[in-house]
Ligand binder design. Structure first.
Ligand SMILES: Cc1ncc(COP(=O)(O)O)c(C=O)c1O
Length: 474
Protein backbone atom coordinates (compact mmCIF):
# COMPACT_ATOMS: atom_id res chain seq x y z
CA UNK A 1 0.00 0.00 0.00
CA UNK A 2 1.35 3.42 -0.81
CA UNK A 3 0.12 6.60 0.70
CA UNK A 4 0.45 9.64 -1.45
CA UNK A 5 1.09 11.96 1.45
CA UNK A 6 4.11 9.91 2.56
CA UNK A 7 6.81 9.91 -0.14
CA UNK A 8 9.17 6.92 -0.27
CA UNK A 9 12.88 7.30 0.56
CA UNK A 10 13.70 7.23 -3.15
CA UNK A 11 11.13 9.88 -3.91
CA UNK A 12 12.48 12.08 -1.12
CA UNK A 13 16.03 11.71 -2.44
CA UNK A 14 14.87 12.58 -5.94
CA UNK A 15 12.95 15.61 -4.70
CA UNK A 16 15.89 16.74 -2.59
CA UNK A 17 18.38 16.27 -5.47
CA UNK A 18 16.24 18.31 -7.82
CA UNK A 19 15.76 20.99 -5.16
CA UNK A 20 19.44 21.08 -4.23
CA UNK A 21 20.53 21.61 -7.81
CA UNK A 22 18.01 24.46 -8.25
CA UNK A 23 19.12 26.04 -4.94
CA UNK A 24 22.80 25.79 -5.89
CA UNK A 25 22.28 27.40 -9.28
CA UNK A 26 20.02 30.06 -7.70
CA UNK A 27 22.75 30.93 -5.20
CA UNK A 28 25.49 30.78 -7.86
CA UNK A 29 23.67 33.52 -9.74
CA UNK A 30 22.52 35.49 -6.72
CA UNK A 31 24.64 38.54 -7.63
CA UNK A 32 23.45 38.75 -11.26
CA UNK A 33 21.28 41.73 -12.12
CA UNK A 34 17.67 40.63 -12.62
CA UNK A 35 15.51 43.00 -14.63
CA UNK A 36 11.99 43.09 -13.28
CA UNK A 37 9.11 45.40 -14.11
CA UNK A 38 7.27 44.91 -10.84
CA UNK A 39 4.11 46.71 -12.01
CA UNK A 40 3.84 44.39 -14.97
CA UNK A 41 4.53 41.39 -12.74
CA UNK A 42 1.76 42.49 -10.39
CA UNK A 43 -0.74 42.51 -13.22
CA UNK A 44 0.51 39.16 -14.55
CA UNK A 45 0.39 37.53 -11.13
CA UNK A 46 -3.11 38.82 -10.53
CA UNK A 47 -4.26 37.21 -13.78
CA UNK A 48 -2.61 33.91 -12.90
CA UNK A 49 -4.77 33.15 -9.89
CA UNK A 50 -5.10 29.37 -9.63
CA UNK A 51 -7.97 27.08 -8.69
CA UNK A 52 -7.34 24.29 -6.18
CA UNK A 53 -5.21 21.70 -8.05
CA UNK A 54 -7.17 18.44 -8.27
CA UNK A 55 -4.46 16.52 -10.14
CA UNK A 56 -0.74 15.89 -9.74
CA UNK A 57 1.88 18.11 -11.34
CA UNK A 58 5.41 16.68 -11.79
CA UNK A 59 7.76 18.15 -9.19
CA UNK A 60 10.29 19.29 -11.79
CA UNK A 61 7.62 21.28 -13.57
CA UNK A 62 6.65 22.97 -10.30
CA UNK A 63 10.29 23.73 -9.44
CA UNK A 64 10.93 25.15 -12.89
CA UNK A 65 7.94 27.42 -12.60
CA UNK A 66 9.07 28.61 -9.17
CA UNK A 67 12.73 29.19 -10.01
CA UNK A 68 12.27 30.38 -13.61
CA UNK A 69 9.14 32.49 -13.27
CA UNK A 70 7.76 33.17 -9.85
CA UNK A 71 10.90 33.76 -7.76
CA UNK A 72 12.91 35.89 -10.21
CA UNK A 73 9.93 38.13 -10.97
CA UNK A 74 10.06 39.91 -7.66
CA UNK A 75 12.01 42.49 -5.72
CA UNK A 76 15.47 40.89 -5.33
CA UNK A 77 15.53 40.96 -1.53
CA UNK A 78 18.28 38.30 -1.29
CA UNK A 79 20.53 40.07 -3.84
CA UNK A 80 23.84 41.46 -2.50
CA UNK A 81 22.88 44.87 -3.87
CA UNK A 82 19.63 45.02 -1.90
CA UNK A 83 19.92 48.01 0.40
CA UNK A 84 16.26 49.08 0.42
CA UNK A 85 13.89 49.04 3.41
CA UNK A 86 15.57 46.73 5.96
CA UNK A 87 17.38 43.87 4.26
CA UNK A 88 18.60 40.67 5.87
CA UNK A 89 19.56 38.41 3.01
CA UNK A 90 18.35 35.05 4.34
CA UNK A 91 21.16 32.83 5.63
CA UNK A 92 21.40 29.42 3.97
CA UNK A 93 22.19 27.68 7.29
CA UNK A 94 19.02 29.04 8.80
CA UNK A 95 16.90 27.98 5.83
CA UNK A 96 18.36 24.50 6.22
CA UNK A 97 17.46 24.54 9.91
CA UNK A 98 13.92 25.44 8.97
CA UNK A 99 13.68 22.41 6.72
CA UNK A 100 14.99 20.13 9.49
CA UNK A 101 12.68 21.71 12.06
CA UNK A 102 9.68 21.30 9.82
CA UNK A 103 10.49 17.70 8.88
CA UNK A 104 10.93 16.74 12.55
CA UNK A 105 7.85 18.84 13.36
CA UNK A 106 8.48 18.85 17.09
CA UNK A 107 6.38 20.93 19.41
CA UNK A 108 8.27 23.51 21.46
CA UNK A 109 5.44 25.38 23.17
CA UNK A 110 5.99 23.23 26.28
CA UNK A 111 9.04 21.33 27.38
CA UNK A 112 7.46 17.94 28.05
CA UNK A 113 7.23 17.19 24.33
CA UNK A 114 10.81 18.05 23.28
CA UNK A 115 12.98 19.13 26.25
CA UNK A 116 16.28 19.40 24.36
CA UNK A 117 14.70 21.52 21.65
CA UNK A 118 12.95 23.76 24.15
CA UNK A 119 16.31 24.15 25.90
CA UNK A 120 17.76 25.39 22.58
CA UNK A 121 15.15 28.17 22.51
CA UNK A 122 15.77 28.99 26.17
CA UNK A 123 19.51 29.22 25.46
CA UNK A 124 18.87 31.54 22.52
CA UNK A 125 16.71 33.89 24.58
CA UNK A 126 19.37 33.84 27.31
CA UNK A 127 22.07 34.71 24.74
CA UNK A 128 19.95 37.65 23.60
CA UNK A 129 19.26 38.81 27.17
CA UNK A 130 22.96 38.64 28.06
CA UNK A 131 23.90 40.49 24.89
CA UNK A 132 21.57 43.31 25.84
CA UNK A 133 22.79 43.38 29.45
CA UNK A 134 19.75 41.89 31.18
CA UNK A 135 20.15 39.85 34.39
CA UNK A 136 19.20 36.19 34.89
CA UNK A 137 15.70 37.28 35.91
CA UNK A 138 14.91 38.11 32.28
CA UNK A 139 13.15 35.92 29.73
CA UNK A 140 11.38 36.15 26.42
CA UNK A 141 10.09 34.32 23.43
CA UNK A 142 10.68 34.04 19.71
CA UNK A 143 7.98 35.54 17.52
CA UNK A 144 7.28 35.71 13.81
CA UNK A 145 8.82 39.18 13.62
CA UNK A 146 9.10 42.61 15.19
CA UNK A 147 5.43 43.50 14.81
CA UNK A 148 4.25 40.61 16.99
CA UNK A 149 7.08 41.29 19.42
CA UNK A 150 5.88 44.89 19.79
CA UNK A 151 2.29 43.71 20.22
CA UNK A 152 3.37 41.23 22.90
CA UNK A 153 5.13 44.06 24.74
CA UNK A 154 2.07 46.32 24.64
CA UNK A 155 -0.24 43.58 25.90
CA UNK A 156 2.23 42.69 28.63
CA UNK A 157 2.63 46.31 29.75
CA UNK A 158 -1.09 47.02 29.60
CA UNK A 159 -2.18 43.94 31.57
CA UNK A 160 0.70 43.87 34.04
CA UNK A 161 0.48 47.57 34.87
CA UNK A 162 -3.25 48.24 34.73
CA UNK A 163 -5.11 44.91 34.64
CA UNK A 164 -8.60 45.05 33.15
CA UNK A 165 -9.19 48.75 33.39
CA UNK A 166 -6.67 50.53 31.24
CA UNK A 167 -9.07 53.25 30.09
CA UNK A 168 -6.88 55.97 31.63
CA UNK A 169 -3.55 54.47 30.55
CA UNK A 170 -1.61 56.62 28.12
CA UNK A 171 1.02 55.32 25.68
CA UNK A 172 3.82 57.38 24.12
CA UNK A 173 6.01 56.89 21.06
CA UNK A 174 7.71 59.22 18.62
CA UNK A 175 6.38 59.96 15.17
CA UNK A 176 9.50 58.14 13.90
CA UNK A 177 8.66 54.90 15.70
CA UNK A 178 7.75 52.00 13.44
CA UNK A 179 4.08 51.83 12.46
CA UNK A 180 3.82 48.34 13.97
CA UNK A 181 3.78 50.10 17.35
CA UNK A 182 0.67 52.08 16.39
CA UNK A 183 -0.92 48.88 15.14
CA UNK A 184 0.02 47.19 18.40
CA UNK A 185 -1.57 49.95 20.51
CA UNK A 186 -4.74 49.67 18.50
CA UNK A 187 -4.79 45.86 18.56
CA UNK A 188 -4.26 45.92 22.34
CA UNK A 189 -7.37 48.08 22.69
CA UNK A 190 -5.67 51.37 23.58
CA UNK A 191 -8.12 54.09 22.62
CA UNK A 192 -6.90 56.58 19.99
CA UNK A 193 -7.39 59.42 22.53
CA UNK A 194 -4.85 57.69 24.80
CA UNK A 195 -2.08 57.43 22.21
CA UNK A 196 0.50 60.24 22.17
CA UNK A 197 2.66 60.77 19.11
CA UNK A 198 5.68 62.72 20.35
CA UNK A 199 7.65 64.74 17.77
CA UNK A 200 11.32 64.11 17.07
CA UNK A 201 14.11 66.64 17.67
CA UNK A 202 16.45 67.99 14.99
CA UNK A 203 18.39 64.71 15.09
CA UNK A 204 15.23 62.63 14.50
CA UNK A 205 15.27 61.34 18.10
CA UNK A 206 12.17 61.22 20.26
CA UNK A 207 12.09 64.73 21.71
CA UNK A 208 12.68 64.13 25.41
CA UNK A 209 11.55 67.62 26.45
CA UNK A 210 8.23 67.20 24.64
CA UNK A 211 7.82 63.76 26.14
CA UNK A 212 8.37 65.09 29.65
CA UNK A 213 5.91 67.94 29.13
CA UNK A 214 3.31 65.55 27.75
CA UNK A 215 3.76 63.09 30.62
CA UNK A 216 3.36 65.88 33.16
CA UNK A 217 0.32 67.25 31.39
CA UNK A 218 -1.33 63.82 31.36
CA UNK A 219 -0.63 63.28 35.06
CA UNK A 220 -2.04 66.74 35.83
CA UNK A 221 -5.21 65.71 34.03
CA UNK A 222 -5.58 62.58 36.16
CA UNK A 223 -4.38 60.18 33.48
CA UNK A 224 -1.85 57.36 33.97
CA UNK A 225 1.33 57.11 31.90
CA UNK A 226 1.26 53.44 30.93
CA UNK A 227 4.02 52.82 28.41
CA UNK A 228 6.81 54.70 26.66
CA UNK A 229 8.23 53.25 23.44
CA UNK A 230 11.70 54.30 22.36
CA UNK A 231 13.40 53.17 19.17
CA UNK A 232 16.93 51.84 18.87
CA UNK A 233 17.47 52.31 15.19
CA UNK A 234 14.47 53.93 13.53
CA UNK A 235 13.31 52.54 10.23
CA UNK A 236 13.26 55.92 8.52
CA UNK A 237 16.64 57.34 9.49
CA UNK A 238 18.36 54.64 11.56
CA UNK A 239 18.38 56.95 14.58
CA UNK A 240 18.79 55.68 18.13
CA UNK A 241 16.66 57.53 20.69
CA UNK A 242 18.19 58.86 23.92
CA UNK A 243 17.70 55.57 25.72
CA UNK A 244 19.03 56.60 29.13
CA UNK A 245 17.12 59.88 29.32
CA UNK A 246 13.89 58.14 28.37
CA UNK A 247 14.58 55.45 30.98
CA UNK A 248 14.75 58.19 33.65
CA UNK A 249 11.39 59.58 32.55
CA UNK A 250 9.84 56.11 32.53
CA UNK A 251 11.02 55.64 36.09
CA UNK A 252 9.90 59.07 37.20
CA UNK A 253 6.41 58.55 35.79
CA UNK A 254 6.22 54.80 36.60
CA UNK A 255 5.58 53.88 32.98
CA UNK A 256 6.58 50.60 31.32
CA UNK A 257 9.62 51.23 29.14
CA UNK A 258 9.75 49.38 25.82
CA UNK A 259 12.54 49.71 23.28
CA UNK A 260 11.83 48.71 19.72
CA UNK A 261 15.29 47.52 18.67
CA UNK A 262 14.03 45.41 15.78
CA UNK A 263 16.55 46.99 13.44
CA UNK A 264 19.35 48.08 15.77
CA UNK A 265 19.38 45.61 18.66
CA UNK A 266 21.88 43.10 17.31
CA UNK A 267 24.50 45.78 16.73
CA UNK A 268 25.20 45.22 20.45
CA UNK A 269 27.23 42.23 19.22
CA UNK A 270 29.82 44.72 18.00
CA UNK A 271 31.87 46.19 20.84
CA UNK A 272 32.27 49.59 19.23
CA UNK A 273 28.47 49.95 19.01
CA UNK A 274 27.75 49.20 22.65
CA UNK A 275 28.12 52.85 23.66
CA UNK A 276 25.70 53.92 20.94
CA UNK A 277 23.07 51.58 22.36
CA UNK A 278 23.88 52.39 25.98
CA UNK A 279 20.82 52.30 28.18
CA UNK A 280 19.06 49.59 26.18
CA UNK A 281 19.32 47.33 29.24
CA UNK A 282 17.17 49.78 31.22
CA UNK A 283 14.04 48.86 29.26
CA UNK A 284 11.32 46.65 30.70
CA UNK A 285 10.98 44.97 27.32
CA UNK A 286 12.87 44.94 24.04
CA UNK A 287 11.96 43.91 20.52
CA UNK A 288 14.71 42.25 18.49
CA UNK A 289 14.44 41.00 14.95
CA UNK A 290 16.86 38.17 14.02
CA UNK A 291 15.49 38.29 10.48
CA UNK A 292 17.09 41.73 10.28
CA UNK A 293 20.26 41.97 12.39
CA UNK A 294 21.12 38.26 12.30
CA UNK A 295 20.46 37.99 8.56
CA UNK A 296 17.92 35.16 8.95
CA UNK A 297 15.24 34.38 6.40
CA UNK A 298 11.98 36.20 7.17
CA UNK A 299 9.92 34.81 10.03
CA UNK A 300 11.87 35.23 13.27
CA UNK A 301 11.57 38.05 15.77
CA UNK A 302 11.99 38.12 19.54
CA UNK A 303 10.60 39.85 22.58
CA UNK A 304 12.68 39.88 25.72
CA UNK A 305 11.45 41.14 29.07
CA UNK A 306 13.58 42.22 32.01
CA UNK A 307 11.44 40.36 34.54
CA UNK A 308 10.22 36.93 33.47
CA UNK A 309 7.52 36.95 36.18
CA UNK A 310 5.76 39.85 34.49
CA UNK A 311 5.59 38.04 31.17
CA UNK A 312 4.27 34.90 32.86
CA UNK A 313 1.77 36.82 34.95
CA UNK A 314 0.17 38.11 31.77
CA UNK A 315 0.34 35.10 29.46
CA UNK A 316 0.22 31.99 31.68
CA UNK A 317 -2.98 29.96 31.33
CA UNK A 318 -3.86 26.37 32.04
CA UNK A 319 -6.25 23.89 30.44
CA UNK A 320 -7.55 20.44 31.41
CA UNK A 321 -6.07 18.84 28.31
CA UNK A 322 -2.55 20.11 29.03
CA UNK A 323 -0.56 18.16 31.67
CA UNK A 324 0.36 20.15 34.76
CA UNK A 325 4.02 20.89 35.29
CA UNK A 326 5.00 19.19 38.54
CA UNK A 327 8.71 19.16 37.86
CA UNK A 328 11.22 20.70 40.31
CA UNK A 329 13.26 21.96 37.41
CA UNK A 330 12.70 25.60 36.58
CA UNK A 331 12.06 25.02 32.92
CA UNK A 332 10.47 27.73 30.83
CA UNK A 333 6.99 27.31 29.40
CA UNK A 334 6.97 29.33 26.19
CA UNK A 335 3.22 28.93 25.70
CA UNK A 336 2.86 30.73 29.03
CA UNK A 337 5.06 33.60 27.89
CA UNK A 338 3.48 34.45 24.57
CA UNK A 339 0.31 34.65 22.56
CA UNK A 340 1.07 31.44 20.65
CA UNK A 341 0.49 27.81 21.59
CA UNK A 342 1.44 25.77 18.53
CA UNK A 343 4.20 27.51 16.63
CA UNK A 344 7.16 26.64 14.45
CA UNK A 345 10.47 25.67 16.08
CA UNK A 346 12.00 29.01 15.18
CA UNK A 347 14.97 28.55 17.47
CA UNK A 348 16.69 26.04 15.24
CA UNK A 349 17.03 28.70 12.55
CA UNK A 350 19.10 30.79 14.97
CA UNK A 351 20.90 28.00 16.80
CA UNK A 352 22.17 26.10 13.75
CA UNK A 353 23.94 29.09 12.11
CA UNK A 354 25.50 30.09 15.47
CA UNK A 355 26.65 26.49 16.03
CA UNK A 356 27.95 26.03 12.49
CA UNK A 357 29.59 29.44 12.11
CA UNK A 358 30.28 30.75 15.62
CA UNK A 359 29.27 34.15 16.99
CA UNK A 360 32.31 35.85 15.46
CA UNK A 361 30.91 35.31 11.98
CA UNK A 362 27.94 37.48 12.95
CA UNK A 363 30.03 40.04 14.80
CA UNK A 364 32.34 40.42 11.82
CA UNK A 365 29.48 40.70 9.33
CA UNK A 366 27.79 43.40 11.43
CA UNK A 367 31.10 45.24 11.81
CA UNK A 368 31.51 45.15 8.07
CA UNK A 369 28.03 46.69 7.60
CA UNK A 370 28.93 49.56 9.90
CA UNK A 371 32.20 50.16 8.05
CA UNK A 372 30.42 50.04 4.70
CA UNK A 373 27.84 52.58 5.86
CA UNK A 374 30.62 54.90 7.06
CA UNK A 375 32.51 54.43 3.80
CA UNK A 376 29.36 55.21 1.80
CA UNK A 377 28.69 58.31 3.88
CA UNK A 378 32.29 59.56 3.54
CA UNK A 379 32.29 59.08 -0.23
CA UNK A 380 28.89 60.69 -0.65
CA UNK A 381 30.04 63.80 1.24
CA UNK A 382 32.78 64.34 -1.34
CA UNK A 383 30.15 65.68 -3.74
CA UNK A 384 28.38 68.74 -2.29
CA UNK A 385 25.34 68.18 -4.44
CA UNK A 386 24.38 65.39 -2.05
CA UNK A 387 22.88 66.70 1.16
CA UNK A 388 23.19 64.30 4.07
CA UNK A 389 19.93 64.19 6.01
CA UNK A 390 20.89 61.48 8.50
CA UNK A 391 24.42 60.23 9.02
CA UNK A 392 24.76 56.50 9.67
CA UNK A 393 24.43 55.90 13.40
CA UNK A 394 24.24 52.18 12.65
CA UNK A 395 23.98 51.32 8.96
CA UNK A 396 21.32 53.60 7.42
CA UNK A 397 22.23 56.79 5.54
CA UNK A 398 19.56 59.24 4.39
CA UNK A 399 20.40 61.84 1.76
CA UNK A 400 19.10 63.73 -1.23
CA UNK A 401 20.23 65.72 -4.19
CA UNK A 402 20.10 69.38 -3.25
CA UNK A 403 20.12 72.63 -5.15
CA UNK A 404 19.31 75.82 -3.23
CA UNK A 405 17.78 77.37 -6.33
CA UNK A 406 15.13 74.68 -6.59
CA UNK A 407 11.85 74.38 -4.73
CA UNK A 408 10.96 71.45 -2.52
CA UNK A 409 8.58 70.20 -5.20
CA UNK A 410 11.27 70.32 -7.90
CA UNK A 411 13.75 68.57 -5.64
CA UNK A 412 11.23 65.87 -4.84
CA UNK A 413 10.76 65.17 -8.53
CA UNK A 414 14.52 65.07 -9.11
CA UNK A 415 15.20 62.73 -6.19
CA UNK A 416 12.37 60.44 -7.20
CA UNK A 417 13.82 60.24 -10.68
CA UNK A 418 17.30 59.56 -9.31
CA UNK A 419 15.91 56.70 -7.24
CA UNK A 420 14.16 55.15 -10.24
CA UNK A 421 17.26 55.61 -12.36
CA UNK A 422 19.51 53.86 -9.84
CA UNK A 423 17.12 50.96 -9.29
CA UNK A 424 16.50 50.53 -13.03
CA UNK A 425 20.09 49.36 -13.43
CA UNK A 426 19.35 46.38 -11.19
CA UNK A 427 22.86 46.32 -9.71
CA UNK A 428 21.66 47.74 -6.41
CA UNK A 429 18.32 48.61 -4.91
CA UNK A 430 17.67 51.43 -2.44
CA UNK A 431 14.44 52.97 -1.20
CA UNK A 432 13.03 56.43 -0.68
CA UNK A 433 11.19 57.98 2.21
CA UNK A 434 9.99 61.38 3.38
CA UNK A 435 11.74 63.65 5.86
CA UNK A 436 10.23 67.07 6.68
CA UNK A 437 8.21 66.98 3.48
CA UNK A 438 11.21 66.23 1.28
CA UNK A 439 11.44 63.04 -0.71
CA UNK A 440 14.81 61.58 0.28
CA UNK A 441 16.95 58.60 -0.61
CA UNK A 442 17.73 55.96 1.95
CA UNK A 443 20.40 53.31 1.98
CA UNK A 444 20.25 50.54 4.58
CA UNK A 445 23.20 48.16 4.53
CA UNK A 446 22.24 45.03 6.42
CA UNK A 447 22.51 42.06 4.09
CA UNK A 448 25.38 39.67 4.86
CA UNK A 449 25.88 39.56 1.08
CA UNK A 450 26.51 43.29 0.69
CA UNK A 451 30.22 44.10 0.44
CA UNK A 452 32.30 47.04 -0.75
CA UNK A 453 31.71 46.10 -4.39
CA UNK A 454 27.97 46.78 -4.07
CA UNK A 455 28.56 50.04 -2.22
CA UNK A 456 30.86 51.16 -5.03
CA UNK A 457 28.19 50.20 -7.56
CA UNK A 458 25.72 52.30 -5.63
CA UNK A 459 28.06 55.30 -5.57
CA UNK A 460 28.66 54.98 -9.30
CA UNK A 461 24.99 54.54 -10.13
CA UNK A 462 23.99 57.47 -7.94
CA UNK A 463 26.50 59.76 -9.53
CA UNK A 464 25.46 58.72 -13.01
CA UNK A 465 21.77 59.04 -12.15
CA UNK A 466 22.27 62.51 -10.72
CA UNK A 467 24.11 63.73 -13.85
CA UNK A 468 21.56 62.28 -16.17
CA UNK A 469 18.46 63.47 -14.27
CA UNK A 470 19.82 66.97 -13.73
CA UNK A 471 20.76 67.23 -17.41
CA UNK A 472 17.36 65.92 -18.49
CA UNK A 473 15.56 68.56 -16.41
CA UNK A 474 17.80 71.53 -17.18
C1 LIG B 1 12.07 49.50 14.01
C2 LIG B 1 11.15 48.42 13.52
N1 LIG B 1 10.25 47.90 14.36
C3 LIG B 1 9.40 46.94 13.99
C4 LIG B 1 9.39 46.47 12.71
C5 LIG B 1 8.41 45.41 12.31
O1 LIG B 1 9.07 44.20 12.20
P1 LIG B 1 8.54 43.00 11.31
O2 LIG B 1 8.50 43.51 9.91
O3 LIG B 1 9.53 41.94 11.56
O4 LIG B 1 7.19 42.64 11.82
C6 LIG B 1 10.31 46.98 11.77
C7 LIG B 1 10.33 46.50 10.39
O5 LIG B 1 10.99 47.01 9.53
C8 LIG B 1 11.21 47.98 12.20
O6 LIG B 1 12.10 48.53 11.37
Amino acid sequence: MTYKLEPSSDEIKQIMDLTTSRIVSFLDKIADPVEVDINQVRADAYHQAEALPEFETPFKEILDDLFDNKIPNSLQTAHPGFMAYIPGGGLFHSALAELIAKIANRYVGKDFTAPFLVQIEIDIIKWFCKLIGYSDASAGTLTSGGSIANLTAVICARTYCLGDDFSKGIVYASNYSHHSNWKAFQAAGIAAKNIRKIPVDDKFRLDVKCLKAQLQDDVNRGLTPLMIVATAGSTNTGTVDQLEEIALLSKQFSAWYHIDAAYGGFFTLVDSMKSRLKGIELADSITLDPHKGLFLPYGTGAIIVKDRKKLEQVFKHSADYIPEDNSDIDIWDFSGMSLELTRPFRGLGIWLPFKMLGADAFRNALSEKIQLANYFHTKLKENEAWKIIAEPELSITVFRYDDKKKTMQELNIINNKILNHVNAKFRVNISGTKVDGYFVLRNCILSFRTHIEQVDFLLEDLSEAMDSVVMELS
